[in-house]
Ligand binder design. Structure first.
Ligand SMILES: Nc1nc2c(c(=O)[nH]1)N[C@H]1C(S)=C(S)[C@@H](COP(=O)(O)O)O[C@H]1N2
Ligand SMILES: [Mo]
Length: 563
């Protein structure tokens, strides 16, 4: 009788790992226990050198673009899929390795089980340590989490070991053995092995499917709680109230309440929405899943070089300071020319300088060190704070408490800077004489991260062409954004001819993008279109093409369209 083969070990390892992933996901959804693959993925991403991580993210974004997927929506899913694939890969390798080892020993159930338990420890123990150190989504305590991870991986390993023993000593079909020749007897053993593997496959598949189906159900039910009312009408009403309009008026009133509602310039059909729906706003951070912060018990300590150390509750920040409302466009420094890692919403919060004044910073303090629940951190120079009183501690987006994804309970707003300078899920402030370079700065990105001016062609609306004075025009439009520096003008060029001035809509505020539009006299055929902008002070958009790393992409958006 041949010993079970190494590829069979890989198969058994893969099947049982799929079931393990499903059970981990189910336990996460049901009991708030850690989901180890995401924790390990986050840990690896934080530990690898900045260059390697940037290369990895870059490759992923390129792949998503090549697959024609929406990067802002698909990136997190892709990361989560990679995390799960990595554990599956470890399971396949682990199963193969265990079978390879057991093949070299005399068959015995005891040896197989001990080998399997050892495999469970080798894979599970690092997972446990990493999970306990980085996980911020589990609601179960550390002891329960540790016991669960250990038990799950030990059982997983033991099952792989047991499978080996079961395959090594087949149970031939009863009654068949007596009457068959040796050759047929071997066949019966092979048949038994096959039947065992089929049953194992069916069992693990059932667990995997049920787990994968149920886990998200439990998860969303539990996670809906912290971020405000689920009633969409309530969101609208809150936003209207934040805009100073009658909250009972409804959706039409919402548009009417926007500060540029009376601007006669309609965006070219197909231009992205001027005000980004919250669920469509991009999300970028270092977490497979957002950290959970308990708002009611959360406190913001302000420590270090201050005369008066304080701890502020969320309710203090909301009640004790005049709320500021500001329309803001936020962009990720990794947004490529024409990309979708950019969005505009209404931010509400307390003026940071007023909040810090409560702690009375000492004269030597020059930096505010900001720490977040996920280990992310940044430093804000007090000089910049003194120059820009728009910097705010933000607790609402879109008239509602921040969602978990976008930084509940508190994030900072710093005009003219990319997102990487603006921590979400803030947990601690420290005033200091010296700077501590921020998370992405330490990983090789620009220390200032001032937003680069950019302009994008969102639409060439051939289907919406219209006649005026015997001429057919095609609406072309998009956005232009230069941080808090404002847009002075946008120009479009078709097929390398003259640059033509576009019309601009009044922006929602001086810190948002501007919608532009041009109605272009149609000539049929394939056309090459370019767009460029100038900042409010006349500085032209940089047309030299540079990569997103380290200082944000520059270069003109250029597209080809058939009309
Ligand atoms: N705590 C924390 N804050 C963070 C990050 C992070 O990983 N952790 N990412 C930053 C980056 S790179 C960007 S672009 C913005 C994105 O904010 P959003 O996801 O709400 O759009 O959050 C910033 N704040
Ligand atoms: Mo970012």
């Amino acid at each position: 009788m041949d010993k079970p083969r190494i590829v069979t070990g890989a198969l058994v390892g893969g099947l049982l790992t799929a079931a393990l992933v499903a059970l981990l996901a189910l336990a996460d959804g049901l009991a708030g226990l850690p989901f180890v693959p995401f924790d390990v993925f986050d840990w690896v991403a934080r530990t690898l050198p900045g260059g390697v991580i940037t290369f990895g993210i870059d490759a992923m974004v390129s792949a998503l673009i090549a697959l024609n997927l929406n990067v802002s929506e698909a990136a997190k899913t892709a990361e989560q899929a990679m995390a799960i694939a990595a554990l599956l890969g470890a399971g396949v390798v682990g199963g193969a390795a265990l079978f390879a080892v057991l093949r070299r020993m005399p068959d015995s159930l005891r040896r197989s089980l001990i080998g399997g338990l050892a495999l469970g420890l080798i894979v599970g123990l690092p997972g446990l340590v990493i999970s306990l150190s980085v996980n911020q989504t589990a609601t179960a305590g550390p002891l329960a989490s540790a016991l669960w991870i250990l038990a799950a991986f030990l059982a997983w390993g033991a099952l792989i070991g047991w499978s080996y023993a079961r395959l090594a000593v087949p149970v031939p079909r009863r009654g068949a053995a007596a009457s068959v020749t040796t050759a047929e007897h071997l066949t019966a053993e092979q048949l038994d092995r096959r039947r065992f593997l089929i049953r194992l496959g069916a069992g693990t598949a059932a667990i995997t499917v049920v787990g994968a189906r149920l886990a998200p159900v439990f998860r969303t039910r539990e996670r809906a709680a912290p971020s405000g009312p689920a009633d969409p009408g309530a969101e609208e009403a809150a936003l209207l109230a934040a805009l100073g309009a009658d909250p009972t008026l409804g959706a039409a009133a919402l548009l009417a309440a926007l500060p540029n509602a009376d601007d006669p310039l309609a965006p070219a059909p197909g231009t992205r929405p001027e005000y980004t729906p919250l669920e469509a706003h991009y999300r970028i951070d270092i977490n497979a899943r957002p950290p959970r912060v308990d708002g009611p018990t959360w406190r913001l300590p302000i420590t270090g070089m201050v005369a008066n150390e304080v701890e502020l509750a969320l309710s203090d920040l909301v009640a004790d300071f005049e709320p500021l409302h500001r329309f803001v466009t936020l962009s990720c420094i990794s947004n490529r020319i024409g990309g979708d890692l950019i969005g505009t919403t209404l931010w509400t919060g307390a003026r940071l300088s007023e909040v810090l004044a409560v702690a009375r910073p000492l004269p030597g303090a020059r930096f505010l060190l900001i720490e977040a629940a996920d280990g992310f951190h940044e430093a804000l120079s007090l000089d910049l704070l003194a120059r820009d009183d728009r910097i705010m501690l933000t607790y609402h987006w879109d008239g509602q408490p921040l969602t978990e994804e976008h930084g509940y309970p508190l994030r900072i707003y710093i005009p003219d800077r990319y997102g990487m300078k603006q921590p979400k899920w803030i947990t601690r402030f420290e005033l200091a004489a010296d700077e501590r370079p921020g998370y992405w700065v330490q990983r090789g990105w620009d220390e200032v991260a001032r937003v680069q001016a950019t302009s994008v062609i969102d639409t060439v609306a051939g289907e919406e062409a219209f006649e005026r004075d015997g001429q057919t025009y095609v609406p072309i439009g998009g956005i232009a954004y230069a941080g808090a520096r404002g847009i002075g003008g946008v120009e479009v060029r078709v097929d390398g001819s003259e640059w033509t001035q576009a019309d601009l809509r009044a922006p929602l505020s001086d810190t948002t993008w501007v919608i532009w539009r041009i109605d272009w006299p149609l000539s049929e055929g394939e056309h090459f279109l370019e767009v460029r902008c100038v900042e409010a002070n006349g500085a032209p958009q940089i047309d030299r093409l540079t990569d997103v790393r380290p200082s944000g992409a520059t270069g003109l958006h250029r597209i080809t369209r058939q009309l």
